[in-house]
Design a protein around this ligand. Structure first.
Ligand code: AMP
Length: 373
């Protein structure tokens, strides 16, 4: 959590994610503009940090120039652009790449493009680090975009709130409803594979309006889309092993930050190790929040084996199909994951729930436990 003047902000995009995205944008630009006469024009003040990081990774023989326009005052975009100040470079017949920190209504950038066009450049494109599609009012979407973000006020990495916060290496988002009555409700839904976490999580989200974060689901989504993360995760999941903490924590952190304004989370399948539990505490503390309770669904091992083998017909999961992988997952649960219970017991945040019975009965027990908090 971060306080600037009267406003509270929550973490949104980490320094590491920023670095990765800047590199990827630079790579695209280097490829796209090979052999062309390029000039970068960065719009001050906000874009100074992005422009600096981006330009360091540009390998094209190119120049950079800085201009200033008036656009933002306080938290509302006035969309007013009076004039361009500081353009001394000659852009005639050059390929202009405008560097912006953020494009929201698009009015500013459109006016800048119009003004620059009168100097007859060969082309003009916009490279913006952040883009707010829901606020955008113009026709031509910037060609190069780092992150498309919701229409919420952000600060950091060059972006300011009343001139403050530009120095932050990460990007923060305005926290809404800082009222203590509206504190997040964060639940760890715990239990061995096959205990019914996914099924119960769906009912909890519906009743409490929480966001369901299942690390298993996120990994499977990445595997389906053949991402780098998916390929890495698959090599562990297919054997019933845990994906390394470092990878899982980073992924979870990014997901939580993406939804840092939510009413709370149901963590399903996370944390699975004490290191993950500690990382989760640290993350939530940084958001001025905490885990309220761990609800652990308790089911006998023999029953779990029967359930998982049965589940394969519905889930189609390879790790449900093979008794050897199932045995491995249960062993990993016993050795590495079960000790996480003690982590929450020590904090007085543990409730065990009998996971045998009808789905409705178990849901009722979970609702009772949450309502009694
Ligand atoms: P699940 O859907 O929760 O049963 O997870 C399926 C598989 O994804 C697990 O067997 C692990 O290989 C991997 N996985 C899911 N969550 C985690 C986690 N928190 N830490 C490490 N690996 C995980």
């Amino acid at each position: 959590m971060l306080k600037i003047l009267d406003k509270t902000f929550v973490p949104f995009i980490t320094a590491e994610e920023i670095k990765k995205e800047v590199s990827s944008l630079a790579k695209n630009l280097n490829e796209e503009y090979t052999g062309k006469d390029v000039i970068f024009i960065a719009i001050l003040n906000g874009a100074f940090m992005f422009a600096s990081d981006l330009f360091k990774e540009i390998t094209l023989p190119s120049t950079i120039s800085f201009i200033k326009v008036s656009s933002y005052q306080g938290m509302n975009s006035t969309g007013r652009v009076d004039e361009i100040i500081g353009l001394t470079a000659n852009i005639k017949n050059k390929h202009v790449i405008i560097i912006e920190d953020i494009v929201d209504t698009g009015i500013t950038i459109e006016k800048v493009k119009t003004l620059l066009t009168s100097d007859k450049p060969a082309s003009i494109e916009v490279c913006t680090f952040l883009f707010k599609p829901d606020a955008f009012q113009e026709k031509e979407i910037p060609k190069f975009i780092g992150f498309s973000i919701p229409n919420k006020f952000v600060v950091g990495y060059g972006l300011d709130y009343d001139e403050l916060g530009r120095n932050l290496g990460e990007i923060y988002q305005l926290k809404e409803g800082s009222d203590p009555e509206k504190n997040m409700l964060n639940i760890v839904l715990f239990g061995p594979p096959g205990a019914g976490k996914g099924t119960q999580a769906e009912r909890l989200i519906e009743k409490y309006g929480l966001l369901h974060l299942s690390t298993g689901d996120i990994f499977r989504y990445n595997i389906k889309n053949n991402t780098e993360l998916g390929q890495l995760a698959q090599s562990y999941m297919s054997k019933g092993h845990l994906v390394p903490d470092e990878v899982t924590i980073k992924m979870l952190r990014a997901e939580v930050m993406k939804h840092s304004d939510s009413k709370g989370f149901i963590f399903d399948g996370f944390p699975r190790t004490n290191a993950q539990a500690a990382a989760l505490d640290e993350l939530l503390t940084s958001m001025d929040s905490t885990i309220n309770i761990m609800l652990a669904l308790e089911v006998e091992t023999e029953e779990l084996k029967i359930r998982l083998i049965k589940r394969v017909e519905v889930s189609g999961r390879v790790d449900d199909a093979d008794p050897e992988i199932i045995a491995n997952r249960l062993k990993v649960y016993k050795n590495e994951t079960e000790p996480v219970k003690a982590y929450y017991q020590e904090q007085n945040k543990f409730i065990g729930i009998n996971g045998l019975g009808t789905i409705d009965d178990i849901t009722k027990l979970l609702f009772q436990a949450i309502d009694s908090l």
